[in-house]
Ligand binder design. Structure first.
Ligand code: ADP
Ligand code: MG
Length: 249
C-alpha cells in the first residue's frame, strides 16, 4: 500500500449530521494517485455525502479532509474552493448538459468561461475529448439528440476538459438504459487504465470487481469493510457486507 503522505485524497474521522441525523459517523479513507476506489453500499448509507465532502460541497462537523495540498475542512469561503474544484471533477447521475448548446459547446464552456483559456485551443482539446469518449462525429448534436449514455459521455468529456487530477463519479450509470451503460463503463475503465485517480460510487458490481484497486462497503455512515475487489466480493469479512452482497450479486 502507498504511504499515507502520498495519498491524493485523505479523509480522517469525518462526521456529518443533517439536523439530528448523523449520516457520516467517522469515515476514514485514503486514495493514492492513480488509484481507482469503488464505494458500494445500500441507499442512504452516506456514499454521496462522502463524495460531496471531498470537493467541499458540504462542510463537515468533525474530522479532516485533504485533497492534494488542500485542507478542505479549513476552507471557509466559496472563493477558497476554486483551486480545489479545478483539481477535482465530479460526474453525477443527472448529467445536466445545457440543452441549447451542442455537445462540443458543452465540453468547451467551462475552460473558456471559468479558466479563460483560449477558445481555439479549447476547441481542439474538446474535439479530441469527444473522440476519446467515442463520440467523434457527434460534436454538433444537441443533448436531446443523444442517448442517455452518449449524454453521460459528453458529461465525462466536459469533466475532463477542466484537466482535473481526480474524478468523483456518483452512480453515473444508475439512470441509464441498460444498453447504454456498457459504453459509459468502457469510457471510465479507459480513464482508470490511463492512471486517472477515480473514486466511484456504483451499483455495477461486476465493473467494481474488474476495475477497482479497492472496494469500500458503506453502511449507516461507516466504511464497514475495505479490501481489494476479489477479497471483498469472494470472502467478505463483515456480516453486513455479506448480507448486502447476497442481495445484489
Ligand atoms: P447514499 O448516496 O448512500 O444513498 P446519501 O449520502 O445521499 O446516501 O445520504 C445519506 C443520508 O443523509 C440519507 O439519509 C439522506 O436522506 C441524508 N441526507 C443527505 N443529504 C442531505 C441533506 N442535504 N439534508 C438532509 N439530509 C440529507
Ligand atoms: Mg447517493
Amino acid at each position: 500500500m502507498t504511504a499515507r503522505n502520498q495519498s491524493l485524497i485523505e479523509l480522517d474521522g469525518i462526521r456529518k449530521s443533517f439536523g439530528g441525523n448523523e449520516v457520516l459517523k467517522g469515515i476514514s479513507l485514503n486514495v493514492a494517485k492513480g488509484e481507482a476506489v469503488c464505494i458500494i453500499g445500500p441507499s442512504g448509507s452516506g456514499k454521496s455525502t462522502i463524495l460531496r465532502c471531498i470537493n467541499g460541497l458540504i462542510p463537515i462537523d468533525e474530522g479532516f479532509v485533504r485533497v492534494g495540498k488542500h485542507r478542505v475542512h479549513e476552507i471557509r469561503h466559496e472563493r477558497g474552493m476554486r483551486p480545489l474544484r479545478r483539481q477535482v471533477a465530479m460526474v453525477f447521475q443527472q448529467y445536466n448538459l445545457f440543452p441549447h448548446r451542442t455537445a462540443l459547446e458543452n465540453v468547451m464552456m467551462a475552460p473558456v468561461q471559468v479558466l479563460k483559456h483560449d477558445p481555439g485551443e479549447v476547441r481542439e482539446r474538446a474535439i479530441a475529448l469527444m473522440a476519446k469518449v467515442r463520440l467523434a462525429g457527434k460534436e454538433s448534436s444537441y443533448p436531446g439528440e443523444l442517448s442517455g449514455g452518449q449524454q453521460q459521455r459528453v458529461a465525462i468529456a466536459r469533466a475532463l476538459a477542466m484537466q482535473p487530477e481526480i474524478i468523483l463519479f456518483d452512480e453515473v450509470t444508475a439512470a441509464l438504459d441498460p444498453e447504454t451503460v456498457k459504453d459509459v463503463l468502457t469510457t471510465i475503465r479507459e480513464l482508470v487504465e490511463e492512471g486517472m485517480t477515480c473514486l466511484l460510487v456504483t451499483h455495477e458490481m461486476r465493473f467494481a470487481r474488474e476495475v477497482a484497486d479497492r472496494v469500500c462497503f458503506t453502511d449507516h455512515g461507516l466504511i464497514v469493510e475495505s479490501a481489494p475487489p476479489a477479497a471483498l466480493f469472494d470472502t467478505p469479512q463483515d456480516p453486513r457486507t455479506r448480507e448486502f452482497l447476497s442481495q445484489v450479486l
